[in-house]
Design a protein around this ligand. Sequence first.
Ligand code: NDP
Length: 434
Amino acid sequence: QRRNAGEPEFQQAVQEVLASLAPVLERRPELREARILERMVEPERQMMFRVPWVDDAGQVQVNRGFRIQFNSAIGVYKGGLRFHPSVNASILKFLGFEQVFKNALTTLPLGGGKGGADFDPKGKSDAEVMRFCQSFMTELQRHIGADTDVPAGDIGVGAREIGFLFGQYRRIRNDFTGVLTGKGVGWGGSLLRPEATGYGAVYFAEEMLKTRQQGLAGKVCAVSGAGNVAQYTVEKLNQLGAKVVTLSDSGGTIYDPAGIDAEKLAWVMALKNVRRGRISEYAQVFNAEYLAGKRPWGIPCDCAFPSATQNEIDGTDAQTLLANGCTLVCEGANMPCTPAAFALFQAAHTLLAPSKAANAGGVATSGLEMSQNALRMGWTREEVDAKLHGIMVNIHRTCFETAAAYGQAGNYVVGANIAGFVKVADAMLAQGII
Ligand code: NDP
């Protein structure tokens, strides 16, 4: 705690994991003796760098860039880049730490990392975003590589940014390799990568419901965010017969009791991915309610899919969701529930999917993109979807069975933490004191 003073998000993520691990360390004293935990909470390497660029008015701007290479015991560092004004070392260390466990759960050989910058792409022209990305990559390129560290997108880093970043990497290194994932399908990307995180979260939710002999058909769902994860969560929920009644962005929430069907979702995708507009416009176009400055959690729902950002469901939101009859919470975003919300959901036996399990479909499909790049081949959409589905079913089973093996049946939080930890810890133990 002393060493990480001033890093509340990182401390929150570590404490949540540590709270699950006491029974493992009791059963496996050799992990305690090798001080695996103490080593795991310290990133292997952490870079922080200046990102200077010139805006459209000819002014020099300066941002701060980061890459946290957290753990490579089971594979190359892998994890997204986030461009958002709130980015700092604490947020990226929490995301990198979570990524280590998540990547272990995918069963693919992927270590954990995370990076980004305190740059806000909102309101910037394409040319400004390009110049920023080129400057960011001019420094980042010396730290990454297809066999070292393979970044991807996250908040504020979508197809446009990955394109600019990849172009600059290729230009500097004269090397066409799978150094980033989330690339365009015409230049090394995988089919279904954009859909993967949202689809994967819904596949996980489906598996949880099966343990109670239920399905998603007819379920009323509240989704937050309106970005990549939220959009494809809505798409898959619609395909499985659920009704999604909310979306949001940092301005507020739209509530559409009639449901956000495929046609309305296509409009949202054009709004957010092409026009880069605000979700409030939806309310006018489709005659829905707009709740300015509000999150979706006051809307009655059966299932909640927080898909925007960290700590977006606090204790009060959790109480409201429970009072309104919500029985499933599936974390599409990273750590969207505060510890108080987690405790309330667990006490109420809510089906609660922690982000490191529920949103692992994104990084898993990034892993599949790396495999396709290495093979210099591309799989069909159906092949990638089948693999993604298989991976999510497998992650669910692993979490479920691990929780049961430790006397905590149905506790996916404990199951995910223990299963991810044991895989990485065993690799670290085998590789010596490094
Ligand atoms: P996007 O940038 O595509 O979308 C983010 C959405 O969340 C936007 O609607 C944004 O609204 C909203 N949002 C962001 N920050 C805040 C905030 N502080 N308060 C309220 N709303 C906010 O990002 P993604 O969809 O890719 O990522 C969403 C979450 O999912 C993140 O937690 C990310 O780490 C996680 N994730 C993403 C993966 C991926 O494959 N993309 C993989 C695994 C996890 P606005 O535009 O107004 O800022």
